[in-house]
Design a binder for this molecule. Structure first.
Ligand code: BGP
Length: 476
């Protein structure tokens, strides 16, 4: 791998910082989501209810322990850390005239701590946590005013951290709200709940448009502040395979991929793809897209593509005729199990080869540098009596994925900036709100009910990853 390859780890403010109301921070849309469990979805409460447990509020308390944790990241040898800035630390309600100085200072301190240890911050501006006030009072990204609130938040961060942060991303997994079957995606991405009688996809496309304009505005502003900034998008990439070589299956997969590519197509090319315009026409969607918006989209295209990769899926054109299982599918009604690959305890298909496929497909389509900003294995870990954690399953998962992306780089010639495995330290799971779905290489003693000493312990994967980084991928 290239010498400056960014080996790192990824986190998101709301899932690990805690301190949800510390030093003037306001509540965000995810602070009001309860914990779920296997088969029990998280609930969106829209307000803080006394007797309910909200796992993100304390999370792993990084807010108060960041020095200890950054020291561990440095010991692991991380070259970069991907995390996000909690919008509500900077603008507690989202619509204030001036930012909250204490919030700005926290990230100054954190970035200084990282830089002192030679760790480059890679920053997502919005990772599933807009101010609750913007969701409730303005309707989230339904409302065009929120475009400007986001642009102001972005500008404030760019100005303040322009000498400390070079790599930015605008919205995390902006494309997962395409799955309108699960309300948490639209809520956390955009602060939007679909109302009775509305067509979810029509709402989603309007919201998506406003958010894409907000992202493009941020890119334009950022480049003016510091032309050396590298500002990327961040999409969830789940390759969709055709079930067979039946051309009907091939076309079913192709059509489904349009849904996956829609956001990145606009982020990268700055224009609406024809397949989307045709869909709007076919479905009669009434969208407010102003002429000026189209200019902004064109001007504010991204420098690179950050993406998450956890799994692949499969679609079959005539699924109804068979009983081929029901996997985690990102809202695709025609998805089926892949008989060639195993799944995690949470039903996520484990497909290392799919990462090489994804890299090739994204690179062919966009010809832009790529950055794997999430990849990981959510599993139940056992803390042994001597405080060891033998997470060989995680090492197996990660090493196979690393081999796969190295092949994409060395053999296929894909341009890859870095790799930040998800949840480098245990944190609250986004979809389930659990602590027991762990990704980290550092264990945190904290359980699903919020109990535990909060102590940190190194897992076996800690030493393994340290070696991987030290050898620049030679020792996987
Ligand atoms: C992505 C999100 C992360 C995250 C990860 C793992 O969708 O960007 O925030 O948590 O997936 O998902 P989960 O925590 O639900 O296992």
């Amino acid at each position: 791998m290239k010498k400056d390859f960014l080996w790192g780890g990824a986190l998101a403010a709301h899932q690990f910082e805690g301190g949800w109301n510390a030093d003037g921070k306001g509540p965000s849309v995810i602070d009001v989501m309860t914990a779920g469990a296997h088969g029990v979805p998280r609930e969106i409460t829209e307000t803080i209810e006394k007797d309910k447990f909200y796992p993100n509020q304390e999370a792993i308390d990084f807010y108060h322990r960041y020095k200890e944790d950054v020291a561990l990241f440095a010991e692991m040898g991380l070259k970069c850390l991907r995390t996000s800035i909690a919008w509500t630390r900077i603008f507690p309600n989202g619509d204030e005239a001036t930012p909250n100085e204490a919030g700005l200072q926290f990230y100054d301190d954190l970035f200084d701590e990282l830089l002192t240890h030679g760790i480059e911050p890679v920053i997502t501006l919005s990772h599933f946590e807009m101010p609750l006030h913007l969701a409730k009072e303005y309707g989230g990204f339904r409302n065009r005013k929120v475009i400007d609130f986001f642009a102001k938040f972005a500008e404030t961060c760019f100005m303040r951290y322009k000498d400390k942060v070079k790599y930015w991303m605008t919205f995390n997994e902006i494309n997962n709200q395409m799955d309108t079957n699960n309300p948490i995606f639209l809520w956390t991405n955009s602060g939007v709940l679909v109302k009775e009688g509305e067509r979810p996809k029509e709402v989603m496309y309007q919201v998506a448009h406003n958010e894409l304009v907000a992202s493009a505005k941020a890119v334009i502003i950022g480049k003016k502040i510091n032309p050396d900034f590298q500002i990327g998008c961040m999409v969830s990439h789940v390759p969709i395979y055709p079930y067979s070589c039946n051309p009907k299956d091939i076309m079913a997969a192709e059509e489904a991929m349009h849904q996956r590519f829609f956001f990145a197509d606009i982020h990268v090319r700055g224009v609406y793809p024809n397949y989307a315009l045709k869909e709007f026409e076919r479905e009669g969607y009434q969208l407010e897209i102003q002429e000026e918006d189209l200019q902004i989209l064109k001007q504010g295209t991204v420098d690179y593509i950050g993406f998450s990769y956890y799994m692949s899926t499969v679609v079959k054109a005539d699924k109804e005729q068979d009983n081929l299982g029901d996997v985690v599918n990102g809202g695709l009604s025609n998805s089926v199990d892949n008989p060639y690959i195993e799944t995690s305890d949470w039903g996520w298909a484990i497909d290392p080869e799919g990462l090489r496929y994804a890299l090739n497909r994204l690179y062919d389509r966009y010809q832009l540098p790529l950055f794997i900003v999430e990849n990981g294995f959510g599993a139940i870990d056992v803390l042994e009596e001597n405080h060891q954690i033998h997470d060989q399953n995680r090492i197996d998962y990660l090493s196979k994925h690393i081999e796969s992306f190295m092949k994409a780089v060395d053999y296929d010639g894909v341009e890859l900036m870095g790799y930040t495995p998800w949840g480098i330290i245990d944190l609250v799971s986004f979809t389930t709100g659990e602590m027991k779905k762990r990704y980290g290489m550092i264990y945190v003693d904290r359980d699903n009910e919020g109990k535990g000493s909060m102590k940190r312990y190194k897992k076996d994967s800690f030493d393994w990853y340290q070696q991987v980084i030290e050898s620049n991928g030679e020792s996987v």
